[in-house]
Write a protein that binds this ligand. Structure first.
Ligand code: SF4
Length: 135
């Protein structure tokens, strides 16, 4: 599987499967943070994401939750996130929800209807500064 940096997640997400949909941080200007200073932000190619999703059962078993890696996987476009959800439901049938770190501006390019669609597709409880829900 493709991971540009080490697995970074809250301790209570330790049983998750992990998936990289973005690399680096879409903001990358916080003065106190050096996590992603050496990485240029980019969305992973869909072909790479799909190949990684197919590998999840052999690497992580049958996870109930997938945690998006990178600083803010929700920075990916609506279409990319919906395709990710579709592929996860197809290849990781145990998956019930998809989480990850997020910045509030990750949602500025998504309409209220699109956010409802993301929640219906399984995206839930992104970590955006404080514990929050898409529902
Ligand atoms: S948004 Fe988060 S990951 Fe990005 S620079 Fe700031 S603290 Fe670091």
């Amino acid at each position: 599987m493709n991971f540009a940096s080490g697995i970074n997640r809250p301790p209570y997400e330790s049983a998750d499967g992990y998936l990289q949909t973005t690399i680096g941080c879409s903001h990358n200007h916080c003065l106190f943070c050096t996590y992603f200073k050496d990485q240029k932000f980019q969305t992973s190619p869909l072909g790479e994401i799909e190949a990684d999703i197919k590998e999840i059962p052999s690497v992580f078993g049958a996870p109930k939750r997938i945690f998006l890696q990178g600083a803010d996987g929700f920075a990916a476009s609506y279409d990319t996130l919906m395709r990710v959800a579709e592929l996860l439901h197809k290849y990781v049938p145990s998956m019930e929800s998809i989480g990850g770190y997020a910045r509030i501006d990750n949602f500025y390019d998504k309409s209220a209807e699109q956010i409802r669609n993301l929640a219906a597709a399984g995206f839930a409880d992104p970590y955006k500064g404080k514990f929050a829900s898409l529902h």
